[in-house]
Design a protein. Structure first.
Length: 325
């Protein structure tokens, strides 16, 4: 059932013990909104922890302290930035499938799996959390500001993506006034890369393939590449956007192999290509300019061809596609 933001505020006031779930392969928005909400709930005198099925990358360590991450029995369960409960990941999905009481999300493709859903199409869930904390009268300190700035800046590509609005900048200005450490966060999120990352990027670039008169570019990251470069899946942040940056490309696809042999597909596009429509047809979802789905391990080549066929359908859908270059 979809609810309004004032109803979310009422729920948070009414309960005392919370578990906040993030999605697997956590990014800045799911972690920023999760820990930002956690800090706010504790300020209200509530008990709250954040749970993620995967190890949280070290670069996000400033968002939380020891004891902030872990499971809680008997808690009111909230999911943030999780469009599909399957994205909760191994272990967490099995335990909490069908048990999420409230989901706060900004993905228009949300599967509405939670008992109650607050959904708003905006740049980041951290935008929603900011408005929620204003409604609750929470004193937003520098720690909360760091959390919310992290989510907004990363989900907007440091304010480069089309999901940025005037409201996004207004909220960011207020977070900066509160004390968000924007210089250090920007350095960590957008400027600091390991040597292994560049080895991985170089290997991935060597796999680039072009389709449909150069309007689609596909890049692949294998487990061997990750092993050879000494990187983890979390080090792939930023790589998914590379194919879209190539001149003439309207939709870029990055295929990332998982340990079980399946492939995570990350789509990025320019207007007017709608990534979410492509991924929804393939069992995934997301936003118009950034979405994802999966390819099964049983027949990768068949599934890849299905992905390409679906991309072609979207490219052929409107004459604007061929005038957009």
């Amino acid at each position: 059932m979809r609810i309004e933001l004032n109803e979310v505020a009422s729920i948070l006031k009414a309960n005392d013990n919370y578990l906040i779930l993030t999605h697997r392969n956590p990014d800045g928005d799911t972690l920023g909104s999760g820990f930002g909400l956690m800090h706010a709930l504790r300020q209200m005198g509530k008990s709250a922890k954040v749970l993620c099925c995967d190890e949280i990358p070290a670069k996000y360590s400033y968002l939380y302290s020891d004891g902030d991450v872990g499971d809680v029995d008997g808690a009111y369960v909230i999911a943030v930035d999780v469009a599909d409960e399957k994205l909760l990941g191994e272990g967490v999905y099995e335990k909490y499938s069908g048990k999420v009481k409230l989901c706060i999300d900004h993905h228009i493709s949300n599967k509405e799996y939670a008992e109650k859903l607050y959904l708003r199409d905006c740049s980041a869930v951290c935008e929603i959390i900011y408005d929620l904390l204003v409604m609750l009268g929470i004193k937003k300190d520098a720690q909360i500001a760091d959390c919310l700035y992290t989510g907004i800046s990363t989900d907007t590509g440091c304010y480069k993506f089309s999901n940025v609005t005037a409201r996004t900048h207004e909220i960011t200005a207020k977070l900066m006034a509160i004390g968000a450490n924007t210089v250090e966060i920007n350095k960590l999120m957008f400027e600091s890369k390991t040597r292994g990352y560049y080895m991985l990027e170089s290997a991935a670039l060597s796999t680039l393939e072009y389709y449909f008169d150069g309007m689609c570019a596909v890049m692949t990251i294998t487990q061997k590449m990750l092993n050879d470069s000494g990187t983890k899946e979390s080090d792939c942040d930023g790589i998914s956007g590379i194919p879209r940056k190539i001149e003439g490309v309207l939709v870029g696809a990055t295929l990332r192999e998982r340990p079980d042999g399946t492939f995570k597909v990350s789509l990025r596009s320019h207007d007017p290509v709608d990534c979410s429509k492509i991924c929804l047809k393939l069992g995934g979802g997301g936003h118009a300019r950034a979405a994802g789905c999966e390819l099964s391990v049983e027949n990768i080549e068949r599934d890849k061809q299905l992905l390409l066929d679906t991309i072609k359908e979207e490219l052929d859908r409107d004459d604007r596609i061929y005038t957009a270059q």
